[in-house]
Design a protein around this ligand. Structure first.
Ligand SMILES: Nc1ncnc2c1ncn2[C@@H]1O[C@H](COP(=O)(O)OP(=O)(O)OP(=O)(O)O)[C@@H](O)[C@H]1O
Length: 364
């Protein structure tokens, strides 16, 4: 487990955060630009000395302002992956990786170089120089080098921000594998909700230097109050599902979740596979009566659990489909016209084609 309590002031900006993270899995520090995410991980890494606070990892105190403990960066055993991988351009990929390994203590090497090469798909890149790598490949090498230094915690600061959409899509599955296979705790900084929805186990949502909400990713993203702090157009629920069946005639896949089933266009994965699915709030409709002649394949009985009107045109409605929360973005006019309020029964309608490969991620 790790523990972070920080207070720090820059001119015009006050940081005041406290959160804990688990032994394994990804904790996302999520929030708009300038909310203080990078300052938090710089303090964890030892790049910034906070005015007050305490940082502990795995029972070791890295920083404690009262006890005057401030371990130097190297002694903290923390890996840091920056937005742009800072590789040594004169060294081939293999030597960049070995540089990471040489920094690791000899008596504590849990991740072997072959494992890292396999995990990040680096085999074909080993003899290349960084100048001949794509942005996504550079990032994978940077992650590999950080892992080989055998960190007890990995910090990733917007590692995909410099990549275009296709390169992002290429690299996300590697980060999912890292999360599921290394058992390493990761603090992942991002302002992009799609990355957080795919990768995070826990989310600390920050705004103006303070955490405004934290908890499991499903809870935070389905909480209507989170919409005020993120790109509401991309906001929505994340639900955990299992592949129940494939329909070969219509090339569809049936996903089971606690509370129902979801039909989506066919995905090439075996029955039983666990996935998480992001269902954007703008892709869901609400009907008060069960719609019969409608093209959408997913009509889920739901009960309204919360309604939040915004000041402008929009409103968000949270519904429960059995135990699973979904979020629906609609106009404020529709909320009034349908007289939507907590407790009311309704049907959530989701087009199958609104869910594509980018809405799905592997694992927990
Ligand atoms: N060394 C510094 N001196 C003065 N102000 C700073 C310093 N570092 C950061 N700040 C200020 O602190 C605030 C938080 O910055 P920080 O980089 O932590 O935010 P962020 O959430 O990571 O943003 P982004 O996503 O844009 O990187 C900003 O207002 C920034 O201008």
């Amino acid at each position: 487990m790790f523990e972070v309590v920080l207070k720090h002031q820059f001119p015009g900006f006050t940081l005041d955060v406290a959160f804990n993270g688990p032994d394994r899995g990804i904790t996302a520090l999520f929030g708009p630009s300038g909310c203080g995410k990078t300052t938090v991980i710089n303090a964890i890494a030892g790049l910034l000395r906070p005015e007050q606070g305490r940082i502990a990892l795995d029972g070791t105190v890295l920083f404690d302002s009262e006890q005057r403990i401030d371990l130097p960066m190297r002694a903290r055993r923390i890996g840091y992956v920056f937005q742009n991988a800072r590789l040594f351009d004169h060294m081939r990929v293999r030597d960049n990786l070995l540089y990471g390994l040489r920094r690791a203590p000899k008596d504590d090497r849990r991740i072997a170089i072959d494992q890292v090469i396999d995990l990040l798909g680096l085999e074909s890149l080993l003899s290349r120089r960084p100048a001949r790598l794509s942005g996504g490949e550079r990032q994978r090498v940077g992650v590999g080098r950080a892992l080989l230094a055998q960190p007890k915690l990995l910090l990733m600061d917007e590692p995909l921000a410099a990549l275009d959409a296709d390169r992002k899509a290429d690299i996300l599955p590697y980060i999912e594998r890292l999360r599921d296979e290394t058992g390493l705790p990761v603090v992942y900084v991002s302002h992009a909700i799609e990355e957080v929805a795919r990768l995070a186990d826990l989310v600390v949502l920050m705004d103006q230097g303070r955490p405004v909400m934290s908890g499991p990713v499903e809870d935070v993203l389905a909480n209507l109050d989170s919409f005020a702090h993120v790109d509401a157009f991309e906001g929505g629920a994340v639900i955990k599902v299992r592949i129940a069946a494939h329909d070969d005639a219509y090339r569809l896949t049936r996903l089971a979740f606690s509370g129902g089933e979801l039909l989506i266009p066919h995905i090439e994965l075996p029955v039983g596979q666990q996935l998480r699915v992001r269902i954007r709030a703008r892709d869901v409709m609400l009907a008060l009566n069960r719609p019969e002649a409608i093209s959408a394949l997913n009509v889920l009985p739901a009960r309204i659990s919360a309604v939040k009107r915004e000041e402008g045109a929009h409103a968000e409605v949270q519904v429960m489909v059995a135990a699973t929360a979904l979020v629906i973005r609609m106009t404020r006019q529709s909320v009034d016209r349908l007289d939507l309020a907590p407790g009311k029964e309704a049907f959530a309608v989701i087009k199958s084609v609104a869910i594509d490969r980018r809405s799905l991620s592997m694992g927990r």
